[in-house]
Unconditional design. Structure first.
Length: 90
């Protein structure tokens, strides 16, 4: 039997799409949370039946962001390294 050589891999790092999605939702989450805390008045709360929608949506987006970052850290995407590539892994 012919034994196969193991394929060398490295982490996708900053090019992992999960981190890009987390960055975008994180920015929107921070903006909505700040808007919900600092800039929501009683008239806007009355329109939303007394619920601070910006605050809750912002908190939800921040939780979503934390879960995506946790997922990317715990299960990183591994990409194969071409044989001629001599760049250090990491």
């Amino acid at each position: 039997m012919a034994s196969e050589t193991p394929v060398r891999t490295r982490r996708a790092g900053a090019f992992d799409i999960r981190l890009i999605i987390a960055l975008l939702t994180g920015v929107y989450g921070v903006v909505l949370t700040i808007m919900g805390i600092a800039f929501t008045d009683d008239a806007e709360l009355q329109k939303a039946a007394g619920v601070n929608i910006n605050l809750w949506a912002g908190i939800g987006m921040l939780i979503f962001t934390a879960l995506f970052v946790l997922w990317a850290v715990l299960r990183p995407i591994r990409v194969p390294v071409p044989e001629g590539d001599e760049t250090p892994a990491g």
